[in-house]
Design a protein around this ligand. Structure first.
Ligand code: AMP
Ligand code: GLY
Length: 424
């Protein structure tokens, strides 16, 4: 089978590497890809926003499956455009991608189907939003309705902070994404991410993971896209999984089907494990980055077959197989991230890191210039390791990190601390 993978980050490099293990893969193309992906796929210049160009490429190269990595093309309807031309797509339609594209849509769906989530109200008017804030008091959470590249959420500890966030959103800080605002109760507990494969009708649990969102050690400093992750999430027990499938995933998928927008692809369930049980924080309609980099090394099934089954309504009636080992990944970021990153510096030592048994280096934001590898983004590399425990995986991953020579980069030194404390 010929496959086209859309995306260019660490998540997509991990997906590409895993797809090449499938006996069913003939040719793998990636658009636009990155230097790591170039080792396992043929890179093509295609703009994810140009649906016609992608459809033409699929016809020309006999593409039987398109795998969409990031959310933006899904929210913009790429899957619909391709399905209309008979191409199978791993990823939801525009209507089903509202599960990530509109926070207000998700909150209303939860309310209508008794899905456990933070209590909330939606506002398209600043005065009413401010009045609601004063009635509820702090702490409280303010969210821009639409996609905001992970920056549209403010967990406000004081009323003043919440008011500032509401004013910023209504004054256009997030463009159209902030024209509507969701204000919700702050949930207390441990966060975990859970991934479910869906084929429009059936849903199969994939894996759990936990990431570290803050830039600094001890989970301090500014929020980022994720500085590291591990899988499985030790707090996510089989009982919790069963409860999340029953109370959150099943009613969501049923509601989507009933409104004529069945969900196909991977549903990323962001959870807070509270004293009242698991509560939904948010859905994403794609794999996580860097969560994918720790789930896929544990997968013992054929990823291509699973993705094709999601795209064609044919998920198997059995559990997906995973290694019981722990995987942990450390993100190497360019100095300045999550602000303006320092790009263009040379990186060496990748081969040395990759030679350590059990260590894999993934490209997230790199660029080749001649035979040099340069930093080209905020999150630049991921160093992933497998171990019999999170502690073992962590030690191995940092051995890999230390083999890489890139003085202009930085990473956290404590990825996995919570899971390691639990193991001890
Ligand atoms: P989201 O983009 O909705 O995932 O929000 C980003 C982050 O904000 C989450 O990963 C949580 O850490 C935090 N967050 C969002 N909503 C809540 C909430 N209701 N209570 C506590 N923390 C939240
Ligand atoms: N690591 C969080 C995300 O992919 O949204």
């Amino acid at each position: 089978m010929n496959v086209l993978l859309i995306g260019s980050g660490g998540r997509e490099h991990a997906i590409a590497r895993t797809l090449t293990k499938s006996a069913r893969l003939s040719r793998l193309y990636a658009a636009p890809g990155n230097p790591g992906m170039a080792e396992v796929a043929e890179l093509v210049r295609l703009d994810a926003a140009d649906h016609d160009a992608i459809a033409r490429f699929c016809a020309e190269k006999n593409i039987e499956l398109v795998v969409v990595g990031p959310e933006q093309p899904l929210v913009e309807g790429l899957a619909d455009s391709l399905r209309a031309r008979g191409v199978a797509v791993f990823g939801p339609s525009k209507a089903a991608a509202r599960l990530e594209g509109s926070k207000g849509f998700v909150k209303d769906l939860c309310r209508a189907n008794a899905i456990p989530t933070a209590d909330y109200e939606r506002f398209d008017d600043e005065t009413k939003a401010l009045a609601y804030l004063r009635e509820k008091g702090a702490p409280i959470v303010v969210k821009a309705d639409g996609l905001a590249a992970g920056k549209g959420v403010v967990v406000a500890e004081t009323l003043a902070e919440a008011e500032t966030a509401v004013r910023a959103m209504f004054s256009g800080a997030f463009g159209k994404s902030g024209a509507e605002v969701v204000i919700e109760e702050k949930l207390e507990g441990e966060e975990a991410s859970f991934f479910v494969l869906c084929d429009g009708t059936r849903a199969l649990p994939f894996a759990s993971a936990q990431d570290h969102k803050r830039a600094g050690d001890g989970d301090t400093g500014p929020n980022t896209g994720g500085m590291g992750a591990y899988s499985p999430a030790p707090c996510f027990t089989p009982e919790t999984e069963a409860r999340v499938m029953r109370e959150i995933v099943a009613p969501t998928l049923r509601a989507m089907r009933e409104m004529g927008a069945p969900f196909q692809g991977v549903l990323f369930v962001g959870l807070m494990l509270t004293s009242r049980g698991p509560q939904l924080i948010e859905f994403n309609v794609r794999f996580g980055d860097p969560e994918t980099q720790v789930m896929l090394p544990r997968l013992e099934d054929d990823l291509l077959e699973l993705m094709f089954a999601c795209a064609t309504g044919a998920l198997p009636e059995r559990a997906i197989r995973f290694s019981p080992k722990a995987a942990l990944t450390v993100v190497l970021a360019a100095q300045g991230y999550p602000g303006t990153p320092l790009t263009g510096a040379e990186i060496n030592g990748l081969a040395r890191a990759g030679e350590i048994a059990g260590v894999t280096v993934t490209h997230a934001g790199t660029r080749r210039e001649g035979d040099k590898l340069l930093a080209a983004g905020g999150r630049v590399l991921n160093v992933t390791a497998l171990g019999d425990s999170v502690r073992e995986a962590q030690a191995l991953a940092y051995r890999g990190v230390d083999a890489i020579d890139w003085p202009e980069g930085f990473c956290r030194r404590d990825i996995g601390w919570r899971a390691i404390e639990r193991e001890a």
